[in-house]
Write a protein of this length. Structure first.
Length: 260
């Protein structure tokens, strides 16, 4: 698929046009940011692993009836995805209290929640992605009540699916953030899951040791981010054929492929 002009550049990904007006190319960068861009770095190989992990998860979501933007992975860093108009809301689902929830409400870190907690944040870096309520979403017409119910249903099914998938490979799904958007295929607008699901957007702890296998390694300066993300990919069975290949080697493979 021919790559056209850059349409949008975010903190971790770039979106490019394609000859098909309904499809775009999503490119995974190695950039890592936290605290609304206050902390920045470039971690070689991160984009390659996130591309693979997100492909693995999104391609399995149709099993549980969660429509999403993925068409196919094109290469080490790029996916062909459906063009969507992103809803300006970060949808967060939590199973264990940590991160901003503990700071905001004084809940003890590591508290297992009795039921999954859904939170909504306005996707606006300048405002620091403030938490909002369902009433805000409906009042400001970001979604109708029926659309919000549909998204909430998707979030619960997605959480069940991800909990099971990660539990099966010895990982606790602590929380995650996802985004949804409106498609405009054949002028029929539909809400589908977009963006990515990866260790950048989830908190993942080893089931036994509770070692962090996600972007908190960067946020909290714990180091060894690539080995942690590689561990997640290996456990999901994505990197099995290259079990001793580091992500950096994977990056080199990708640049060799591109030069051809
Ligand atoms: P939080 O505890 O910092 O609010 O994060 C909740 C979850 O959302 C966690 O899995 C990290 C993820 N997240 C993002 O993917 N992007 C963001 O900008 C933020 C703030 C959180
Ligand atoms: N993604 C957000 C940022 O770039 C925050 C985070 O993931 O912690 O600042």
């Amino acid at each position: 698929m021919k790559k056209g002009k850059k349409l949008y550049e975010g903190k971790a990904k770039i979106i490019y046009a394609t000859p098909d007006k309904n499809l775009v190319i999503q490119y995974f960068k190695d950039d890592a940011t936290a605290f609304n861009n206050l902390k920045k770095s470039n971690i070689e190989g991160k984009g390659v692993i996130n591309n693979r992990i997100s492909e693995h998860i999104l391609s399995n979501l149709s099993q549980v009836g969660i429509k999403n933007h993925l068409v196919k992975r094109l290469n080490m860093r790029e996916q062909l995805v459906k063009l969507v108009d992103i809803i300006p809301i970060e949808f967060i689902v939590r199973n264990i209290a940590t991160g901003s929830l503990t700071k905001r409400l004084g809940i003890e870190d590591g508290t297992v929640l009795e039921r999954p907690l859904i939170e909504y944040c306005l996707k606006d870096d300048k405002l620091g992605d403030p938490i909002i309520s369902k009433e805000h979403i409906i009042t400001f017409n970001w979604l109708s009540k029926a659309q919000l119910d549909l998204v909430d249903g998707n979030l619960k099914r997605l959480n069940d699916f991800l909990l099971g998938m990660f539990r099966g490979v010895g990982i606790k799904l602590v929380d995650f953030k996802v985004e949804f958007g409106f498609t405009n295929e054949s002028n029929k607008s539909e809400i589908i899951l977009a963006d990515e699901i990866s260790p950048d957007t989830c908190r993942l702890w080893d089931s036994i040791t509770e070692k962090k296998l996600d972007k908190d390694r960067f946020r909290k300066d714990l180091g060894d981010l690539i080995p942690a993300y590689t561990e997640v990919a290996k456990r999901l069975g994505i990197l099995h054929e290259q079990s001793n290949v580091t992500a950096v080697n994977v990056t080199k493979l990708s640049s060799v492929k591109k030069k051809k």
